[in-house]
Design a protein around this ligand. Structure first.
Ligand SMILES: *Cc1c(COP(=O)(O)O)cnc(C)c1O
Length: 358
């Protein structure tokens, strides 16, 4: 069996939709043309629409994976005169911490213990402490915890912080309202909820963040957002974009727009609830903190997660998301984004039963 024929219950790359596969089969065209500019401006318009971003927001199209966009955003939006609060409840939160360290941006981490829910009182000791910005992975994909944006927004409002949200795994799985929640920058990536090939990341910035970026003197050639703002006015990027993925994006954004963003999210949620409801009868459980609809981080009573992962992959050609680190011995994650049907989850559940000899 070819690697491409496995059924993917992974968060990214995801099980692709056929229309994306069809778009991918075309020759990648040359891009310094008015026609490609038009496609990019259309991408920008639709993306802002489904993120509920303000009309005067800008989108930066980066050729890199999500972590590149996280680093580029932090570098462009902040400098050593800032003081950031990083919500750190897993490996993606730790990645933000590391980025701040490397770029000499002062920060403190709001650390969450294993299985600890983020609540309003966590912020008490950070009030009026001179913070200028907050970084959060709204779905910490390592644990699957979906943080409460209301608590975070209220803290940022009270303390007048810039709010940067990595919505890479949450966007298109959970409701997302950029302007309403006073989010200054949103980071997403092609291979997660959009279900496209990897290689394209998108950063949406509101006017007050654009202004801050323009005042900042970022030390980077490739990741200088100012260059991207100027070029994007005419639908271009300073360097060669992931041209093929930009076409996949346009196809997907139109499909989502026609369907309605709420309906797209509901589709993911329906699959998520279907799966979570059905596993109640199995010897596995879910953590008690609030979860994103993007993935179900299922836990086993014993350290059998890696055996189960290998069984599904090698015997059944089904791919689920392993978990790194200590948690990975007892946990795997099942994604609900992608072109998946209820029957696919029925099949997966059957395999769990076989594995447990039920
Ligand atoms: C997937 C993901 C990223 C990016 O990972 P890459 O491998 O660099 O694409 C960043 N943040 C979160 C929350 C993610 O789920």
């Amino acid at each position: 069996m070819k690697m491409e024929d496995y059924k993917l219950f992974t968060i990214g790359p995801t099980q692709m939709y056929q229309s994306t596969v069809d778009v991918r089969s075309n020759v990648v065209p040359y891009f310094r043309t008015p026609e490609f500019s038009e496609l990019m401006l259309d991408n920008k318009r639709l993306l802002k629409k489904i993120q509920f971003a303000s009309d005067d927001s800008e989108v930066v199209f980066l050729t890199c994976s999500g972590s590149g966009a996280m680093e580029a955003t932090v570098m462009n939006c902040f400098n050593s005169n800032d003081k950031l609060l990083v919500i750190s409840g897993g490996t993606f939160g730790q990645r933000f911490e590391k980025i701040c360290e490397i770029h000499n941006i002062p920060f403190e981490a709001l650390k969450l213990g294993e299985d600890e829910t983020l609540v309003a009182s966590h912020f008490d000791k950070f009030e009026d402490k001179g913070f200028t910005g907050l970084l959060v992975n709204i779905d910490e994909t390592y644990t699957g915890q979906l943080y409460d944006i209301n608590i975070i927004r209220d803290f940022c409002d009270r303390n007048n912080l810039y709010l940067v949200v990595d919505a890479i795994s949450s966007f298109l799985a959970d409701p997302y309202y950029m302007e309403k929640n006073h989010i200054d920058a949103t980071i997403i990536s092609s291979q997660k909820g959009l279900c496209l090939a990897p290689g394209l990341s998108l950063v949406t910035l509101n006017p007050r963040m654009i202004e801050k970026v323009e005042r900042n003197n970022v030390q980077s050639l490739y990741f200088d957002f100012k260059d991207y703002f100027v070029n994007m006015k005419r639908g271009q990027t300073p360097f060669t974009p992931a041209v093929g993925v930009c076409f996949e994006l346009n196809d997907m954004l139109h499909k989502i727009d026609e369907q309605g963003i709420e309906n797209r999210i509901k589709e993911v949620e329906d699959r998520c609830f279907y799966f979570r409801n059905k596993i109640k009868e199995l010897p596995i459980y879910l953590p008690s903190y609030p979860l994103s609809n993007a993935i179900s981080p299922i836990r086993f009573e014993k350290d059998i997660a890696m055996d189960f992962f290998a069984y599904l992959k090698d015997e059944k050609h089904i791919m689920v998301n392993p978990v790194g680190g200590e948690l990975g011995k007892r946990s795997i994650r099942v994604a609900h984004v992608g072109d998946l049907k209820f029957e696919d989850y029925d099949n997966l559940i059957e395999e769990i039963k076989v594995f447990f000899g039920m």
